[in-house]
Design a protein around this ligand. Structure first.
Ligand SMILES: Cc1cc2nc3c(=O)[nH]c(=O)nc-3n(C[C@H](O)[C@H](O)[C@H](O)COP(=O)(O)OP(=O)(O)OC[C@H]3O[C@@H](n4cnc5c(N)ncnc54)[C@H](O)[C@@H]3O)c2cc1C
Length: 424
């Protein structure tokens, strides 16, 4: 039996931290009719579930500073709800990056973000853990940078959105769209018991071609809407294709290790970034460390290389940084996906390009490709994109530079955007 189409003003595809924030933003803007659809609301494979929870406004590019600062200020106002802790980000620099770091710091401070400058002696005095500093020129410490609980943050956005009636649809996988003068008709498959769908099956639905073997587990549905927002994270390129436009980003694996440092109490420290690229921070009674392997191939790879990753990439730089890290024990770890854009900035705004005759009566927007920093920009993006959708302009934070127009011929120089280099 064919089910009557669901109807809504705005359909948000993807209910990770970004889709949930956009739903909250739309509700704040007075839109009372929003559906947020996701294959898996628990987000088992989503980046919002598999990240490190770091939040910082210390960036090389001002547009990222502004977006993160605005979000962190909101996290600070709602610290209990989102688990914000201003434990700081400590960026250690060798001589070759020090001048540029100090220049970036001038920008941070001029925009009201406090960042301390530490010479190597002061660094060890304030952070006794860091006692091997002979290769360092200095360090910057962003005092209000810190950590959040990404899961609580996502739930917080969802609760704010649900108060005023936005609908979260679980087990709904968006398949295709038909545009008409009346708007868009989305075709999707709805799993009858999403919570019983095995992890591997969810991964296959998300990352491989649709298989008819799933069709006994639910039914095809339609969702009629005026506006669509692509918030599909690392799957944004495939959702963009379904929506009839192209997205230049690609998913890339990032691994994280949990380790035990017997000789030191890490709980006194915040996020630390070694010049090698290894970052680490306390995680309950353990340390959590990540590293981006150079030339990691793109793709939907969730494999964690376990001890091999820890011993090849994490432990050696930590050993070189602290006598307290000479004996570390690998506990476990995982891999999730970064959603990398070509210039490591998010892609936000009305979709550029699309079918030759446009999207007919529908409007299509996007917020994805955060290149590893979606949690820390989520609030600003959610509210600002909703303003763009409803009022036709950004008010909280101007994301116009982050439009995908920068990837069209001459677009990058017109937008004035430069590549973000403080990516870890
Ligand atoms: C290891 C790691 C560490 C990180 N550390 C940090 C950090 O410290 N700080 C920080 O700010 N960021 C960090 N990030 C990045 C951050 O996690 C992401 O930028 C952010 O979570 C992106 O959120 P999202 O909502 O866009 O995507 P996601 O959370 O991935 O959500 C996308 C959703 O779309 C759904 N979906 C996809 N296709 C479809 C479809 N066809 N139909 C229905 N639903 C669909 C998926 O099920 C998923 O739930 C890290 C990421 C990783 C992997």
């Amino acid at each position: 039996m064919k089910v009557a189409p669901f109807k809504t003003d705005t359909l948000v595809i993807g209910a990770g931290v970004i889709g949930s924030a956009v739903a909250m933003g739309l509700i704040r803007e007075g839109v009372r009719d929003v559906i947020v659809a996701d294959l898996d609301l628990s987000g088992e494979w989503s980046s919002s579930e598999l990240n490190a929870g770091g939040v910082r406004a210390t960036w090389s590019q001002e547009v990222n500073l502004v977006a993160s600062k605005c979000s962190i200020e909101y996290f600070a106002e709602n610290a209990d709800a989102v688990g914000y802790r201003p434990v700081g980000y400590l960026w250690m620099h060798r001589p070759e990056t020090w001048d540029a770091a100090l220049k970036a710091r001038e920008m941070h401070v001029s925009r009201g973000w406090p960042v301390d400058v530490l010479d190597p002696a002061e660094l060890t005095r304030r952070f006794p853990l860091i006692d091997k500093t002979s290769d360092l020129a200095g360090a910057l410490f962003g005092r209000r940078d810190g950590l959040v609980n990404p899961n609580r943050l996502k739930e917080h956005f969802r609760e704010e959105a649900a108060h005023a009636g936005s609908r979260l649809m679980d087990g709904v996988w968006v398949h295709s769209v038909v545009y008409s003068a009346a708007g868009a008709m989305i075709r999707a498959f709805q799993f009858a018991a999403p919570s019983k769908l095995p992890s591997e099956a969810k991964k296959r639905v998300l990352t491989e071609a649709w298989s008819t073997e799933f069709e006994s587990l639910g039914q095809w549905i339609e969702i009629e809407c005026k506006n669509i927002v692509n918030c599909a994270g690392a799957w944004a390129p495939s959702v963009a294709k379904k929506l009839a436009y192209a997205c230049p980003s690609e998913p890339v694996r990032r691994q994280i290790s949990l380790f035990h440092a017997r000789e030191v109490n890490l709980s006194e420290y915040g996020m630390m970034i070694d010049p090698s690229g290894v970052y680490f921070h306390p995680e309950a009674i353990y340390g959590l460390a990540g590293f981006a392997i150079k030339d990691e191939p793109g793709g939907y790879n969730f494999g964690y290389d376990a001890e091999q990753f820890f011993e090849n990439y994490i432990w050696p730089p930590l050993y070189e940084r602290s006598t307290h890290f000479e004996s570390l024990r690998h506990i476990s770890g995982w891999a999730g996906l970064y959603e990398n854009s070509p210039d490591h900035h998010a892609i936000v705004g009305p979709v550029v390009g699309g079918p030759a005759n446009g999207f007919a009566g529908a409007r299509v927007f996007e917020a994805h490709s955060f290149s590893g920093h979606g949690v820390m920009q989520s609030f600003a993006v959610g509210v600002s994109l909703a303003q763009q959708i409803v009022r036709g302009r950004y008010e909280l934070v101007d994301f116009s530079k982050m439009s995908a127009a920068r990837f069209t011929a001459g677009g990058a120089s017109a937008s004035g955007i430069k590549e973000e280099t403080w990516v870890i």
